[in-house]
Each structure stands twice: as structure tokens, then as C-alpha cells.
Write a protein that binds this ligand. Structure first.
Ligand code: PMT
Length: 379
């Protein structure tokens, strides 16, 4: 049945640890991977033999997450890289205490899972939460606003969109005590300094989405933040509404876009809110990439033709631009005036992808308008 199916195949191996680590098993798994099977690696723990080792069937959540990610590969965010932040940052006061907030991470995790399920490559940057780690995405754990900023800056360099659902502390203690502060004095004064504003400071040609947790003048305050932080979209959270905001499974948000359009959504699950936000992100990204279908002549001649209706995102014909390939290398090329084809320096990419066949889809995304683009195969 497996050999006959055209459906994607996911294998979740589970066996004795020595059997799993045996080079024969490992070679066979490598062969399956090379043939396009997806492997969900086993976990570490007690095995049926009574021993402890690597070979336990992966957690059900991990297997389901992988299934969703594989099924979503041709979703409307296929080929896109999305960075999501979640949870509340912790700003240390001394080795045992910190300033924190009530964010549970639920909104951010729902955002990350929704983006993954629609085909995006997701990086989730999370402050501490008690939520299980979502499958099939890169998860970066941080504690403070400064650490979150470093992680977001790094991940955003390659990203198409940044969605900040995290509740980032606005202030941090100026000095962190090296030893636990004794409770002898009747009062204690902490001097606080501002944390970096991550959304404002992250630069680049990416869509930026913020959340604003507000308890009064919700729309007006959120709109002010959108303008100050130069965002494309703001999800204004009314945290006074019942079952909305921090640490619950539902949320009531109003979406405010840069052009001033306002859409008030009813109370819905955080996952539904996430999908409504992603619908907007997809709309904003649409004008920034083109999807192409590989034709037999392209494989034969090792060229990519850009149809005339898809040339709008590129510089004029014959004008050079950089094209980042999926191995991270960058070539300089152009669209030929006569043929509408990209042929200069692109042969190496075809050589690196002998598996490419007619009918496969690729996506070219703007990294820096008119200067730099990224070429990826949509799997
Ligand atoms: O985690 P949950 O329990 O599910 O709760 C979800 C939530 C209520 C935390 C979430 O939906 C939410 O509203 N997050 C934003 C919280 C907030 O009030 O942010 P803010 O108004 O302080 O900041 C506005 C935006 O700027 C946010 O996107 C924030 O991530 C970002 N920010 C804030 C401070 C800072 N130093 N750097 C930032 O980038």
C-alpha cells in the first residue's frame, strides 16, 4: 500500500534503542528521507524491553503536528518564513526573582501552529510557558526582552513576516543583584530602565504584525502603537472583555491595518484569531512573490521563464538583481529582454536539483525590492 500511494508518507519509528541506533536502521531511514518520506524521530525514555533509551514512539502531539505540517505544505503560506513570538518575558531582579506578566503563550503558540499548518516555515521565539513544544518548527527559548530582541533580529533577517504576540516587559531592573536580596529593609526600591522596543528596532522588508493588550480606548491606543512602531497590522486585544486576552483559550480582537481599515472580530478561539490574522498576512504577502510551474524546456535548457504577467515584482528586463538559492548562496542574474528567461548563473541551481521535474512549483520572493530575491522549491 505504501508503495502504491501518492500521498505523503510519514514514518514514526519505535523500537529497541540498540536496534534504532544500528547503522542498518539509520541507513534505511536516510534512504527513506532521500525518497521524500518524513520521519518523526522517536523519543528517549522507558522501552518495552524495560531498558531506557532512544526508541519510544514520538509523542502523539508531535506526530499530529508533523502530519499537519506535511499536509499544509501546499497551503497559502508555502515557501514563506514566519517568525512568531509568544509568552511573557521575565526580567530578573536577583537570582530567584523576576518581573513578569500573565501571558500564557497560548495566543503566540496558536499563531505559530496556524502558520505551520498553512505551509510556512516557522520560527517560534518563546518566553517561558507551560505549553507543550509544538512540532515541526524551530523553537527558540528566551527569558528576557533583550534575549528576545536578539533572537528576533537574527530570525527576521530571512523572514517574510514577524508576528509579535509576546507580552514583552517595557521595563527591566537597571541592576540585577548577584545574591538573593534579603527581606530586612521595610521597603525596597527598584530602579527600572526601558527595554528595547523589538518591533520598532527590527528592520527589513518584512510584514510586521503586533498585538496590543488594552484595557481602555482600545482602538485609539492600538492605532497609536501601530503608527509609532510602523506596523502593517495590529491586533487590538480588549483585555476587559470576558474570556479574552491573557491565559484563556479565546480572544476578542480588532484588526487595524496601516491603511486605517478596522475589523472587529467576535470572541473566537485563539486558533481562529490566528487564522484571521494570517488571512491578512497572506493578502499582504501576495504582492511580494510569484509562483511558477516548471516546464519541460526549463529543465532541458536549465532556465526559468518568468511569464509577462509575473514580472511586476522584478526590476526592468535586462537589469541585474541578486537571487538567493536554497543552499544559501547568492547569484547575480537578470530576466533576459528577448526571452523573458533567467539563465545567467542559474545552471548551478538546476544541477543541484536533479530531482526537479516538469509540473513542480517554485516560488520567487522579494527579499529587498528590485535588488534581492529568493528562489525556493515548493515541496
Ligand atoms: O499569551 P496569552 O496568555 O495567550 O495572552 C495573549 C496576549 C494577551 C499576551 C497577546 O494577545 C497580546 O496582546 N500580546 C501583546 C501584549 C502587549 O500589551 O503588548 P504591548 O502593547 O506592550 O506592545 C505592543 C506590541 O509591541 C506587541 O506586539 C509587543 O509584542 C511589542 N513589543 C512590546 C514591548 C517591547 N519592548 N517590544 C515589543 O516589540
Amino acid at each position: 500500500t505504501v508503495l502504491a500511494t501518492k500521498a505523503p508518507v510519514i514514518v514514526a519509528p519505535s523500537m529497541d534503542a540498540n536496534m534504532f541506533q544500528n547503522s542498518i536502521t539509520q541507513d534505511n531511514l536516510a534512504k527513506l528521507k532521500a525518497r521524500g518520506f518524513t520521519i518523526v524521530d522517536p523519543g528517549y525514555g522507558y522501552l518495552a524491553s524495560g531498558k531506557v533509551g532512544l526508541g519510544r514512539l514520538a509523542d502523539v502531539e508531535k506526530i499530529i503536528g508533523t502530519v499537519k505540517q506535511v499536509l499544509g505544505r501546499s497551503g497559502d503560506l508555502a515557501g514563506k518564513r514566519i517568525v512568531v513570538t509568544a509568552g511573557g518575558t521575565r526580567e530578573p531582579i536577583d537570582p530567584v526573582r523576576h518581573i513578569g506578566n500573565r501571558s500564557s503563550g497560548k495566543m503566540g503558540y496558536a499563531m505559530a501552529e496556524a502558520a505551520r499548518d498553512r505551509g510556512a516555515t516557522v520560527t517560534l521565539i518563546t518566553a517561558p510557558t507551560s505549553l507543550p513544544e509544538p512540532a515541526s518548527m524551530e523553537v527558540i527559548r528566551v527569558e528576557t526582552a533583550v534575549q528576545m530582541k536578539e533572537a528576533v533580529t537574527k530570525a527576521s533577517a530571512q523572514a517574510d513576516a514577524l508576528i509579535m504576540a509576546a507580552a514583552v516587559a517595557d521595563y527591566q531592573p537597571k541592576n540585577v543583584a548577584e545574591a538573593k536580596i534579603k527581606k530586612e529593609a521595610p521597603t525596597l526600591t527598584l530602579e527600572l530602565v526601558k527595554t528595547p522596543d523589538i518591533l520598532t528596532e527590527v528592520k527589513g522588508n518584512l510584514i510586521k504584525v503586533g498585538f496590543a493588550a488594552e484595557s481602555e480606548d482600545v482602538i485609539e491606543n492600538a492605532r497609536r502603537k501601530l503608527e509609532k512602531k510602523k506596523l502593517d497590522l495590529m491586533a487590538a486585544n480588549d483585555i476587559t472583555a470576558k474570556e479574552s486576552g491573557f491565559a484563556v483559550d479565546t480572544n476578542k480582537v480588532t484588526l487595524i491595518s496601516r491603511d486605517g481599515k478596522i475589523e472587529s472580530l467576535p470572541l473566537m478561539s485563539k486558533r481562529e484569531v490566528a487564522d484571521r490574522i494570517l488571512d491578512r498576512v497572506v493578502g499582504m504577502l501576495d504582492g511580494r512573490s510569484v509562483e511558477l510551474i516548471i516546464k519541460p524546456f526549463m529543465i532541458k535548457l536549465r532556465r526559468i521563464r518568468i511569464d509577462s504577467d509575473k514580472r511586476g515584482i522584478f526590476p526592468p528586463l535586462g537589469t541585474g538583481f541578486d537571487l538567493e538559492l536554497d543552499d544559501g548562496s547568492v547569484i547575480n542574474t537578470y530576466i533576459d529582454k528577448r526571452t523573458g528567461q533567467i539563465w545567467k548563473n542559474i545552471r548551478q541551481w538546476f544541477k543541484a536539483h536533479p530531482e526537479l521535474k516538469a509540473g513542480d512549483k517554485v516560488i520567487i520572493t522579494v527579499v529587498e525590492p528590485l535588488k534581492k530575491y529568493r528562489l525556493e522549491i515548493i515541496k
